[in-house]
Design a protein around this ligand. Structure first.
Ligand code: KG4
Ligand code: ZN
Length: 366
């Protein structure tokens, strides 16, 4: 059979997501037929961050409705699913278990194989859905590639010899890029999750207003460090006795608003400069043909634009693949696509072999 229907589940953090994807083995194409992402943002806004126990509980009433809705959108019956796929890690153990147990139960009841997927491999391959936003095709000449994953939990540079063959080049030594966006946003009194709010505010600011540090931009390796940037923003505000640090100052209009926007734009510029500089250097050193961007921070327009311009100037022959916004933050669509490549390589298993692992590392599987 050349058509394969995959039902994928992603619950590693705070999105309950189910995707139905259809792959074509001979054409090597993959289409998303149905995709549901239930966000828990409204739940976690009250605490200003994810409380793991709360996140896991919030997945439970949503997971079966998400499966039903994804099937309905895809116009596919449960019995027509050929394989299950699920994120087994890394992530919050209690959240992961909701998705893993649901997928295992479905695999057992349907008598179908299951494909455990590393969340990071999902982010890494999410840009392969482009140029058509819902159709993935691995064209000839894309590899070797470089993947930059930038999310709330991870900042990684990965050399991709081919799909399934990965080498970690560098990662953050402390905070992830998304975490840095979120922490700076919190200092400025912006609502959770801070990344998109900070990016929106930055549009009204001057990115050259404050010369924040670019940590490790000139270091010889491909590692990152973003914790110092948040501290630099804090000290900048404190040194000026800024009213932004008091609850009253946060709602300021006029001059106060402009200062806040300038800080947002300057901090965003510092994060983007480091990410782009290291990515370009790795792309040149490893002579890659393609750069793939993935993870929640891949939604950031400044990062997308700066990377695009930088690559065009420095490696004009390279391709840049950017995920559509639907596939940047956590989603099951990217898990379904990654699972299809495992399926093509017959890398599938049975429900009794699958286990959640909160510390799962990205490894080569061929
Ligand atoms: O991939 P993701 O949904 O979850 C993890 O696996 O961590 O990424 C979430 C992160 C958060 O830190 C969020 O603030 C950040 O992605 N983010 C952004 C933007 N949209 C989401 N950061 C900067 N600019 C954005 N537009
Ligand atoms: Zn993620």
């Amino acid at each position: 059979m050349s058509q394969t229907n995959i039902l994928a589940i992603e619950t590693s953090a705070d999105e309950t997501s189910v995707a139905i994807g259809q792959g074509h083995a001979t054409k090597k194409t993959f289409r998303l037929l149905g995709h549901v992402v239930y966000s828990q943002i409204h739940v976690h806004r009250k605490t200003g961050g994810i409380v793991p126990e709360v996140a896991a509980r919030a997945h439970i009433p949503k997971i079966i409705p998400a499966v039903k809705l994804a099937l309905k959108k895809a116009k596919i019956r449960l019995q027509d699913i050929n394989a299950l796929a699920v994120t087994t890690g890394p992530g919050l153990i209690t959240s992961l278990m909701v998705g893993v147990d649901t997928a295992k139960t479905l695999a057992f009841a349907l008598g179908k194989p299951i494909i455990p997927i590393n969340h990071l491999e999902g982010h890494l391959l999410s840009a392969l859905f482009t140029p058509s936003p819902r159709e993935g095709r691995v064209g000839k000449g894309l590899f070797p590639a470089l993947g930059l994953i930038v999310s709330g939990g991870h900042t990684l540079l990965v050399f991709i010899k081919q799909i399934g063959h990965y080498k970690m080049l560098g990662q953050t030594l402390d905070d992830a890029a998304g975490e840095c966006f979120d922490k700076v946003a919190k200092l400025l009194g912006l609502p959770y999750p801070g990344g998109p709010a900070l990016a929106a505010l930055a549009r009204a600011g001057n990115p050259k207003a404050v010369d924040f540090p670019r940590p490790m931009i000139d270091s010889k390796n491909f590692n990152f460090s973003f914790a110092g940037l948040k501290t630099a923003v804090l000290y900048f505000l404190r040194d000026r006795g800024s009213p932004l640090l008091s609850p009253r100052g946060r709602g300021m209009k006029g001059e106060g608003f402009q200062l806040k926007a300038n800080i947002a734009a300057s901090a965003e510029q510092a994060i983007v400069d480091v990410l782009v500089a290291k990515t370009l250097r790795a792309a040149k050193e490893y002579r890659v043909k393609t750069v793939l961007l993935g993870g929640g921070v891949a939604a950031n327009q400044k990062l997308r634009q700066t990377l695009k311009i930088g690559l065009k100037q420095e490696i004009p022959t390279s391709n840049l693949r950017l995920p559509t916004s639907e596939l940047t933050t956590d989603n099951a669509g990217m898990i379904a696509l990654a699972a299809f490549y495992h399926y093509l390589a017959h890398d599938v298993t049975t429900f009794d072999k699958v286990k959640a692992n909160p510390n799962l590392e990205l490894r080569s599987w061929r």
